[in-house]
Design a protein around this ligand. Structure first.
Ligand SMILES: Nc1ncnc2c1ncn2[C@@H]1O[C@H](COP(=O)(O)OP(=O)(O)OP(=O)(O)O)[C@@H](O)[C@H]1O
Ligand SMILES: [Mg+2]
Ligand SMILES: [Zn+2]
Length: 306
């Protein structure tokens, strides 16, 4: 490609990207709160937390006002955990609409968007634009809360998704006690701070084991690590969810434990966590200031990648 052609190509790419981002902003403008669930590494229970948060809020909010964006390209598990496997987006000449799950939860999964199994591999390059295009075509409508299940870790993929979503209220970091390697959580904290997105707090999942026979709590890993770390990093500690075999059973069956195991210690603790998140979303938040910062960031990133 000649230099002139290259320049033309780059300019078109950037304009298209800006156009898509503008569209995405418009389509998301009627969402009151947007919260991403992140982790320093995979397999810590990010999706379990996302799905149960959605259900907990769906019980409290008006019908149809809670949504989940399952943006995990490695293993989009939200549909399975909500018993929606095989559902698809509603597409009509007016646009694409989320699928509706239990309690009226609106779900968009990357599974619905990217049927091609090869896509994760080429996610970094032109696919970013393509994903923006597809996500920007989703008509979310009015929502009180949108939860975003990000790809695990703090790499390029998680970053790409975070950069797509305008005016995020904050992130929830999920960790587990064995990850006492504070570095992993530190990375997630750095990630959020870099993006200028507030940290709502840390949830320590798989914290202790509830004995299936007698209900006693056994600390499998050294306890208290999460709280100490949160204090050191100056972030909120939201709570600890114990390891409970019934949780994994329930999520395999598409039944979030906050409704299928209401009286379990995990569900009780989870509802306390939900209360704290609710407080954060309604009080600790200065929307306008942050929105401007994020807007700047998006613009800079668009010109970096264009
Ligand atoms: N507190 C818990 N007690 C028992 N099982 C749990 C608990 N939390 C999560 N699990 C189980 O652990 C597995 C991993 O959870 P989940 O898929 O939510 O993690 P993740 O962080 O989203 O993983 P990935 O990085 O692959 O997206 C699932 O099978 C889930 O059912
Ligand atoms: Mg997951
Ligand atoms: Zn026991």
């Amino acid at each position: 490609m000649s230099e002139a052609a290259q320049a033309q190509h780059t300019r078109v790419g950037r304009e298209e990207l800006e156009e898509q981002e503008k569209k995405l902003r418009e389509r998301m403008s009627k969402i009151k709160h947007k919260v991403a669930v992140i982790s320093g590494k995979g397999g810590v229970g990010k999706t379990v937390v996302t799905v149960n948060l959605a259900v907990a809020f769906a019980k409290k909010c008006n019908p149809g006002k809670v949504g989940i964006l399952d943006a995990d390209i490695h293993g989009p598990c939200v549909p399975r955990m909500l018993g929606m496997k095989g559902d698809i987006l509603r597409v009509c000449p007016l646009g694409a609409f989320p699928a509706t799950g239990p309690l009226g939860i609106k779900v968009v999964s990357i599974d619905f968007l990217l049927p091609d199994q090869e896509t994760p591999v080429i996610w970094r390059g032109p696919l970013k634009t393509s994903a923006i295009r597809q996500l920007s075509d989703i008509t979310w409508g009015e929502l009180d809360l949108l939860l975003i299940d990000l790809p695990p870790g703090t790499g390029d993929e998680a970053l790409s998704v975070m950069q797509l979503i305008p005016e995020m209220d904050g992130v929830i970091i999920v960790t587990m006690p064995s990850e006492v390697s504070q570095d992993v959580v530190k990375k997630a904290v750095m990630f959020a701070r870099e993006l200028n997105v507030p940290i709502i707090g840390v949830i320590e999942n798989m914290s202790g084991l509830i004995c299936p026979n007698c209900g006693a709590r056994i600390d499998v890993f050294k306890s208290g690590g999460g709280e100490k770390m949160a204090e050191e990093l100056d972030i909120n500690f939201l709570g600890k969810i114990p390891l409970d075999p019934r949780i994994s059973e329930a999520s395999d069956e598409g039944l979030p434990f906050v409704i299928s195991r209401v009286e379990s210690p995990a569900a009780e603790e989870f509802m306390r966590i939900v209360g704290k998140i609710e407080t954060f979303l309604t009080k600790n938040y200065v929307k306008t200031e942050r929105a401007q910062d994020t807007g700047e960031k998006l613009k800079n990133n668009a010109s970096d990648t264009g």
